[in-house]
Design a protein around this ligand. Structure first.
Ligand SMILES: [Zn+2]
Ligand SMILES: [Zn+2]
Length: 381
């Protein structure tokens, strides 16, 4: 029952191009679904903040304008769902969005009040997930439809369920990840109190300069971290999970082993957290890097031969995932290809794209099997 419902929803979302054009109710249905799910997540976060909301976003949730955003999100979900139901012969998309928006309203809608206070200390960042989904899903899913590099690749391409699960886990566990990742920097901060004047000097620079410096220093750290994960067999077991994606799109970048996410965040945020950058620089950088990571994996056309030499473009990172022999251990940077040019790992042939993506070894499918993979792999090989 559940399966057939889900499959009819998926069939509607993956309808042939002719049944997906403007005026068929597909776009209204798709956006209705995104708004309804985001609205439901906001309401859940407002109703049970101890379980489902991030403390860091408490001021955002407390603002009167946030209630207005929730209200507008839900109204948009309703309006678009009705439009889709009117326009579209198939009703799965519109009906699902309508049901989800209705559930959000029944839970209290934009006026929902927090329920039961308790002291668990664990929660899921449902609000973060919703914000993340609006920022990335709403932006990239339609752009990929309009400007695809591989037009034949479907929205629900192979292994999309696995990658959506990765996306969910990393958004929901953002609190745990942040907590684990902050440990090394708090230790460094505690033992280097005498560098206070240096930090003050960093913070007094112009905002934009700090931002570019933060990008560069993070990328420099990320470059060597990333290279180490390609170099050492035990670390490669974790990173092979990221490279096992056979299709590239905005969602594919989320596929990353939990251990690698925590280590990556911990190590790459060290310069940001310990060198004294202004908090607003760090926040802007973190928001930017989420979007940038989706962008470089996205199924987007455009060669950008000149721009690609200075800034990482989708084609640059697609080569990092390429199955070609020449693409192995190339293009480690995530912002500045200059790093790869400096350290001899740059590869970006004019106008060319890799013929496919993935790794030579057989990485198992599914979240749990991939979680265990690095440890199993070591035993057998
Ligand atoms: Zn890699
Ligand atoms: Zn990647």
């Amino acid at each position: 029952m559940k399966r057939t419902f889900l499959s009819s929803l998926v069939r509607d979302l993956e309808a042939p191009i002719a049944a997906r054009g403007f005026g068929t109710g597909w776009f209204s249905g798709f956006f209705a679904l995104v708004f309804a799910v985001a609205g439901l997540c906001f309401v859940v976060a407002l109703r049970w903040p101890e379980y489902f909301a991030m403390p860091q976003l408490a001021t955002v949730r407390g603002a009167a304008s946030f209630r207005l955003v929730v209200h507008v999100t839900l109204v948009a979900g309703y309006a678009l769902a009705l439009l889709s139901l009117l326009l579209r012969p198939r009703k799965a998309l519109g009906a699902t969005a309508l049901a989800i928006a209705l559930a959000a309203t029944l839970l209290g809608g934009a006026g929902v009040q927090p329920r039961e206070a308790h002291d668990w200390g664990i929660f899921f960042g449902v609000d973060f997930f919703a914000l993340n989904m609006i920022a990335t899903g709403l932006m990239f899913a339609p752009i990929e439809r309009l400007l695809p590099h591989r037009p034949d690749q479907r929205l629900f391409r192979t292994e999309w369920r696995e990658d959506l699960f990765y996306y969910l886990v990393s958004s929901m566990m953002v609190q745990l990840i942040t907590f684990l990742a902050l440990a090394p920097s708090s230790w460094i901060m505690a033992s280097t109190g005498s560098f206070g004047s240096f930090r003050a000097a960093v913070a007094s620079q112009p905002w934009l300069l700090q931002f570019v410096e933060a990008m560069f220093l993070t990328d420099l750290t990320q470059y060597w971290f990333h290279r180490a994960f390609h170099r050492w067999p035990f670390l490669w077991g974790f990173h092979a999970v990221h490279h096992s994606a056979k299709a590239m799109d905005w969602l594919a970048g989320s596929r990353m082993h939990f251990v690698e996410i925590v280590l990556l965040r911990g190590v790459t945020s060290l310069p940001l957290l310990t060198l004294g950058f202004a908090p607003s620089v760090m926040q802007a950088y973190v928001a930017m890097v989420y979007i940038y990571a989706s962008l470089v994996h996205a199924n987007l056309r455009g060669n950008f031969d000149t721009l690609g030499r200075f800034l990482v473009t989708p084609r640059f990172h697609h080569w990092h995932h390429g199955i070609e022999e020449v693409a192995i251990d190339k293009n480690f940077a995530i912002h500045f290809p200059l790093l790869d040019r400096l350290f001899g790992t740059y590869y970006l042939p004019r106008g060319a794209w890799p013929s496919g993506y993935g790794v030579a070894e057989e990485v198992p499918r599914g979240y749990r099997a991939q979680l265990a993979y690095p440890f199993r792999r070591r035993k057998t090989s």
